[in-house]
Design a protein around this ligand. Structure first.
Ligand code: LLP
Length: 454
């Protein structure tokens, strides 16, 4: 989401040097990625050509070890915190098992995500429910399944939730606060300031007012404050500002109500590189500096240090995923080369929505050593259906070739649509030289099955 142009591959490199050989290139592929023969790429020990043959294209490939390693990196960096995986980035039953086995909690934002997690065996007490507009069904499901925390996001939710819990019940809640910190890779994914729909503002007093009302409801047990600044944040600083603002509010609440809150949730938003050379948030630095800032801010305020919660989505699963497409057509027109693949904005709306730039590469054969700029487009009936604009590809790229797009694990399938009735791609998992299907391809029968009237 940064705008700086970094070529995906060196334009003068010989064909065989286009392996994931440099550290920058490696940073956008799962750690298991190898080049078993020139031009071939294997992830988790499985050649991407084999996956394409076996499961068809477009197809997502998810490296199980990469997901698990990323969970462990979080556990190691934040040993005293609760790490909740943000399910909206990507969810399926296998993912739920991996997250559970790696000791993370879960952040969900709908009854659907919640129900899938709990029915797959995830402990409900380790789940937090978010949402700026939770439906009656969301709240009823959360209470029925015994969700650990519900994050209150608007004043009207307080009475609704208290009534739904009933006089004899108890539900732990947090309050989503807008700390007034601007951060995030694109305006559509910035949520730390007052000009967007999420949370209750400190600046206009809505947060303080809502908290006072929650304290009046005996069935709602306030465990802490929550904030989420936005997404694709690559600097530590905004998180430190958020810590200071949140502890400032905790201190005021302490003075006003004698309240000592045991938890502080700083949300997610940890940025990753989509193309070689792009910056990513340094998790170790984040953990160390947030911990230091929190300790010193709480000491100045005379408050005990609350238990920290973080909610990464993208940084857990994004770099573990690869999307593989077949090239269907190559067209040279208006001085440009368009390489059209068999997917596009229905499986990845992110370039159209946020102007995100990806670094696809040819896989399955070495290709010409001469690279030329190409625009990889999708198959949908829209000129804005671009997968990657102006990327260097071998100048002999042709129909039948395979293109792989790294960093496709987060917010691709979870945001995919049935546009043009193409059907959403399957998800395969690779691990130790084996591939297995996690989510099957959406078929015309699936789509037709919903069409029940005439
Ligand atoms: N916690 C809350 C309350 C959130 O709203 C989100 C993301 C996260 C955690 C996880 O954020 P992450 O670590 O994944 O950045 N569709 C956009 C991203 C939208 C993020 C929405 N909320 C994209 O494709 O970039």
């Amino acid at each position: 989401m940064t705008t700086a142009h970094v070529p995906a591959v060196p334009t003068t490199a010989p064909a065989t040097a286009r392996a994931v050989s440099t550290a920058a290139e490696r940073s956008v592929w799962p750690a298991s990625t190898t080049e078993p023969r020139p031009g071939e790429l294997a992830v988790g020990g499985v050649a991407l050509t084999e996956i394409a043959d076996r499961f068809g294209t477009p197809v997502y490939v998810l490296d199980e070890h990469e997901v698990r390693d990323r969970c462990r990196t979080y556990r190691d960096a934040f040993p005293d915190a609760d790490v909740l995986y943000a399910a909206k980035a990507f969810l399926c039953r296998a993912m739920i098992h991996w997250i559970d086995e790696e000791g993370l909690g879960l952040d969900v934002c709908s009854a659907g995500e919640l129900e899938l997690a709990v029915t797959a065996g995830f402990p409900p007490e380790r789940i937090v429910l978010h949402g700026n507009a939770k439906s009656p069904h969301d709240l009823a499901t959360a209470l029925r399944l015994g969700v650990g925390r519900i994050v209150i996001d608007s004043p009207s939710e307080i009475a609704r939730l208290a009534a739904a819990v009933g006089p004899g019940g108890r539900q732990r809640v947090m309050v989503r606060v807008v700390p007034g910190v601007a951060a995030g890779g694109h305006e559509k994914i910035r949520t730390g300031t007052d000009d967007q729909k999420f949370g209750l503002s400190i600046a206009d007093g809505y947060a303080q007012h809502a908290i006072a009302r929650i304290l009046d409801q005996p069935q709602l047990v306030l465990t802490g404050l929550h904030c989420h600044l936005g997404s694709q944040i690559t600097e530590v600083k905004p998180y430190l500002s958020a810590v200071r603002r949140m502890v400032g509010l905790m201190s005021r609440l302490h003075r006003q109500h004698g309240l000592v809150l045991p938890e502080l949730d700083l949300g997610g938003g940890h940025g990753i590189a989509y193309r070689p050379g792009e910056p990513a948030l340094d998790l170790t630095a984040l953990a160390r500096r947030v911990r230091a800032e929190l300790t010193s801010a709480c000491a100045s305020a005379g408050l005990p240090v609350p238990r920290l919660i973080v909610e990464p989505g993208r940084a857990v699963v994004g770099p573990a995923g690869v999307a593989v497409y077949h090239v269907l057509a190559v067209k040279r027109t208006g001085g440009r080369t368009f390489v059209a693949v068999d997917g596009g904005m229905s499986d990845n709306p992110r370039p159209a929505l946020y102007g995100v730039r990806y670094a696809p590469r040819l896989v399955g054969r070495p290709g010409s050593a001469t690279l030329a700029p190409a625009t990889v487009v999708g198959r949908h009936c829209e000129a804005g259906d671009v997968v990657a604009a102006d990327v260097p590809l071998p100048d002999d790229v042709r129909p039948g070739d395979l293109l792989a797009v790294p960093v496709a694990g987060a917010y691709h399938l979870s945001m995919a649509s049935a546009y043009n009735m193409v059907g959403r791609p399957p998800v395969t998992a690779v691990r130790d030289g084996r591939a297995r299907l996690l989510v099957r391809r959406e078929s015309l029968d699936d789509l037709r099955g919903r069409d029940v009237g005439l």
